[in-house]
Design a protein around this ligand. Structure first.
Ligand code: K7E
Ligand code: CUA
Length: 621
């Protein structure tokens, strides 16, 4: 099987395969192609005055952000800054967002997940994790802004997330890289004894808008790749794929692909919750840590073809499907069979104290569509049919999980990672639309040099699958979620918060207060001026002494939708935004003496260019 490895790294092969399959599926005359292009265009055309049917939330990968698109138009609507600084919105510059970011400047956002109620997207919250700096975030869908971020200890890259349970009870964050608990120094020679693949159970306190770690599980030192929560009859369970069960510590590309089988970890989170309640855990620096070799129960291993990547639960909650990555196989497993095997203790041994279930007693069927290579991730339509991305043969294969029969396939350009179906992770997907998230765009768009954008391709799945639109996207859409537009209810302006001591809503309340070398500015932004101190000779000027510690509290008193103001201090590397009704704070030390213009960065009125002032810093001596 070693021969697969160069193929995976060699995208060229994927490119050739895609070209071949194109030849198989096209062969239309020009007139046919023109008329089918016309009807494709009509399907995605959203006339002026109308809006898209779906929101698509695409992960921004190592940009650290989330991108919002409309479907079917595939127009990009917004970037939500989550894990990285963003000067367009001042995210990571104002005090609130700077604190959220926890001192980090970038992130690697892989898998966005909506909050769910009864297994259906409820349109309230969006979760995401950061592989780059091991964080988890929650975004408020009333404002499309990041509300909380936590650093996840003992975990190095929670790639295998975020997927929420049926009623958003938990979000499980397993690690991609095994590290010693506490990320302390340990020799790699002691990898198997000292390293762990810690998984965190994160809860979301909706009232206080806070993410919390309920407990952690010190799993074996393997890499945890993808996960999914059970649904309906399997709602108390979750599954995740592993690789490097070889526990190799170097040249993973070769060494982590030796064993014929890796595992799916199958666990019952209700049982783990119970164990924690009963005190069956150890205290590790304030975290409740379950060690599966000591605190037994609730966790099982299911053997699966080597180095699986995606694992996806069918909408009816009856099966979970693992995709082979290095074996061209989708393996369908039955939850019911797994429950029986657990009950009858049909174990084929154990690893690190975790029982291994018999492959044969859990496996439902192995599916190998002809010449389909590199299966990665599976989505579902309204009829329960499966759509699996083929990274190497660059196509989407539609198949029936109940029979394993291939129903349709369509080439995409090129090398799709995930795809996303309309409401695809719910108990009732919508069908109609599937978007392939492709790693390689190559010849698709106007060239911008050696590196091209990634690409999302909209596929009409209402009949025979058809790619009808390509949209370029910034790096890197690993995964996306597509939700019915009417499920999301945004607010128009931030309501007045009279309890906020930093907020001022009247010109006459603006003031600059000095306490020793601390300067607090309570100002307002309005069309088209700043007022920092209404009593001052020049109300739009802030004057401080070099070395002063400055707090600028700014409230936007334009309670009108879309009237956002920016606040930047030229050459001070400072910038923030205040949305309608919002109060934001900037904190810094005025260490540079001189004269620095203040200006509004967001074009807010015909007199936007006049919306400025001065920041004067008197030299020390
Ligand atoms: Cu397959 Cu990070 Cu979900 Cu990318 S992962 S493709
Ligand atoms: Cu305020 Cu431009």
């Amino acid at each position: 099987m070693k021969k697969w490895i160069p193929i995976v790294s060699g995208l060229l092969v994927g490119f050739i395969a895609a070209t071949i399959s194109f030849a198989d599926f096209s062969g239309k005359t020009n007139t046919e192609a023109a008329s089918s292009n016309k009807s494709n265009a009509e399907k995605v055309y959203v006339p002026f005055g109308q809006k898209d049917d779906y929101y698509l939330f695409a992960s921004g990968g190592h940009s650290g952000q989330m991108f919002i698109y409309g479907v079917p138009s595939m127009r990009k609507i917004r970037t939500i800054p989550v894990f990285s600084q963003d000067s367009a919105t001042g995210y990571g510059f104002d005090e609130h967002s700077k604190k959220l970011m926890g001192g980090y400047t970038w992130g690697d956002l892989h898998h966005p997940a909506f909050s769910e109620t009864k297994g259906d997207y409820d349109g309230k919250w969006m979760f995401a994790t950061d592989v780059g700096n091991s964080r988890a975030a929650v975004v408020d869908l009333k404002t499309f802004t990041t509300k909380d971020i936590i650093k996840v200890p003992n975990t190095a890259g929670p790639h295998c997330a975020a997927f929420v349970t049926e009623n958003t009870e938990y979000m499980f964050l397993p690690t991609r890289f095994a590290v010693p608990v506490g990320q302390k120094y340990e020799s790699l020679d002691d990898y198997s004894q000292k390293y762990r693949g810690v998984m965190s159970a994160v809860t979301f306190d909706e009232k206080n808008v806070k993410l919390n770690i309920a407990y952690q599980v010190a799993l074996p030192p393997w890499s945890y790749d993808l996960s999914d929560a059970g649904k309906k009859g399997s709602a108390d369970w979750a599954v995740m794929t592993t690789y490097n069960t070889e526990e190799s510590t170097t040249t993973m590309e070769v060494n982590a692909s030796q064993a014929d089988r890796d595992y799916i970890v199958l666990f019952n989170w209700k049982e783990l919750e119970k164990m924690v309640k009963e005190g069956k855990y150890e205290d590790v620096d304030g975290q409740k840590m379950i060690y599966p070799e000591k605190q037994k129960g609730g966790i099982y291993l299911v053997p699966v073809a080597k180095s699986p990547h995606g694992v996806d639960v069918t909408p009816d909650g009856k099966f979970f499907i693992a995709s082979g990555k290095l074996a061209p196989t989708m393996t369908v497993f039955s939850f019911e069979k797994a429950f029986k095997a657990v009950e009858n203790k049909e174990f084929a041994g154990e690893r690190n104290g975790i029982p291994i279930l018999n492959y044969k007693s859990v496996m439902e069927r192995e599916v190998n569509p002809e010449n389909a290579l590199g299966p990665l991730h599976t989505q579902f339509d309204d009829k329960g049919m499966a759509y699996t991305t083929m990274f190497i043969s660059s196509e989407i294969v539609k198949w029936d999980p109940k029979t394993g029969k291939t129903l349709d396939r369509v080439p995409v350009q090129y090398s799709p990672g995930h795809s996303v179906a309309a409401e695809g992770d719910t108990v009732s997907p919508d069908g109609h639309w599937l978007v392939a998230l492709n790693k390689i765009a190559k010849d698709t768009y106007l060239s911008v040099g050696p590196s091209h954008p990634e690409s999302m391709q909209l596929i009409d799945i209402s009949g025979k699958m058809k790619v009808i639109l390509s949209a370029p996207v910034d790096p890197e859409p690993h995964y996306a979620q597509m939700i019915k537009a009417d499920k999301i209810k945004t607010i128009n302006v931030y309501p007045k918060d009279t309890k906020n001591p930093d907020a001022v809503y009247k010109q006459n309340d603006t003031k600059i207060v000095r306490k020793g070398n601390e300067v607090h500015v309570y100002g307002i932004a309005m069309r088209s001026r700043f007022i920092f101190d209404h009593k001052a000779k020049r109300p739009d000027v802030i004057e401080v002494n070099q070395g002063d510690h400055v707090f600028i509290h700014l409230t936007n008193i334009d309670f009108d939708e879309d009237i956002t103001h920016g606040f930047a201090i030229n050459s001070y590397d400072l910038n923030m935004e205040v949305q309608p009704g919002q109060t934001n704070t900037m904190e810094f030390t005025a260490d540079k003496a001189g004269t620095f213009p203040i200006y509004c960065t967001n074009f807010c009125s015909a007199l936007h260019q006049e919306m400025n002032g001065y920041f004067l810093v008197k030299p020390k001596n």
